[in-house]
Design a binder for this molecule. Structure first.
Ligand code: 2AM
Ligand code: CA
Ligand code: CA
Ligand code: CA
Length: 285
């Protein structure tokens, strides 16, 4: 309904305010000494700031929208179920690029996505180092600092800049598939491949047309949710690595400016398998 639509617009305004506020906290935290520990593997880093910023975002949103649901990286790590229902749901990555944050490498973002009836309604991504704000609302276009953005319409892989990430999983079999996939694209030959350490900012670069395609296995719903709306509203395509529709919980994504470019990347990839985000230990074996 139009009343609901108006409400989602108001939710988005709140998201923008909180992303700014959280981004400022991250900016300050970069300068402080960091308490670093690891989660699933020695390279899966987390800091006190990740938890603090997520608490700040979720407590502020819960205050304003007590009936909404929340999915956040650190709450999920603490055991909260990660299940997308039809209810209005906020999908939050408080610090995307934690390894960059630890090293003060300037690619760190706050990502806030919002879905209703499992459909993504808006996304807000704040670049904590340079203050760039990427926003999009379904049906209303995509913006960088308020100016409209558009994807690259390039369809030819030999004129493409490709982005990807290395996950925390570094066993020999995973690394071999990772390198094999990169080799395929490098020998296509794409102009280049870049790894910037922030999946949300990499996806924003697809939305602005700064790069042609992005692919990754192992990332989570909070890495994709906000960026998927931004890329789609910028005219791009976000799909599953199988070539089918995006499944937010599947831990895999291909994004590109054009459908042809996305399909090309899909055909090159060998999959790396990960447990789904909505895997529920109480329900599934
Ligand atoms: P994070 O910093 O929020 O953890 C680099 O590894 C990028 O991929 C970051 O954006 C990181 O998010 C994200 N990422 C998180 N978990 C991942 C995983 N298991 N595999 C691949 N990428 C992951
Ligand atoms: Ca993390
Ligand atoms: Ca992330
Ligand atoms: Ca994170």
């Amino acid at each position: 309904t139009s009343a609901e639509n108006k409400c989602w617009g108001e939710c988005m305004d709140v998201a923008i305010q909180i992303a700014h506020k959280a981004g400022k906290v991250v900016q300050e935290a970069v300068k402080q000494e960091k308490q670093v520990s690891s989660k699933s593997t020695p390279t899966d880093l987390v800091t006190e700031a990740d938890q603090q910023v997520e608490d700040l975002i979720i407590s502020t949103l819960k205050d304003k929208f007590p009936s909404h649901r929340f999915i956040g990286e650190e709450s999920s790590a603490a055991g909260e179920k990660c299940i997308l229902t039809d209810e209005p749901t906020w999908i939050i990555d408080p610090i995307d690029g934690t390894c960059n944050f630890v090293h003060s490498f300037p690619m760190v973002a706050v990502s806030i996505g919002f879905a209703v009836k499992k459909e993504l309604e808006f996304g807000v991504i704040y670049h904590c180092f340079d203050g760039t704000l990427y926003t999009a609302r379904r049906g209303h276009g995509a913006f960088c600092n308020g100016a409209p953005i558009q994807v690259s319409k390039e369809r030819d892989i030999s004129k493409a800049l490709i982005l990807t990430e290395i996950g925390a999983k570094r066993d020999p079999a995973t690394l071999e598939i990772f390198l094999g996939n990169m080799q395929k694209l490098l020998s296509a030959p794409a102009h280049g491949v870049r790894i910037i350490g922030s999946s949300t900012l990499a996806l924003c670069h697809i939305a602005t047309g700064a790069a042609e395609a992005y692919y990754q296995y192992g990332l989570h719903c909070w890495d994709i949710a906000a960026a998927a709306v931004i890329i789609r509203e910028a005219g791009g395509c976000v799909i599953d690595t199988s070539g089918g529709p995006l499944d937010l919980m599947s831990r895999r994504v291909v994004a590109a400016g054009s459908r042809e470019m996305a399909d090309y990347v899909v055909r090159q990839l060998q999959p790396i398998s990960y447990e789904r985000d909505d895997h529920d230990p109480d329900v599934l074996p």
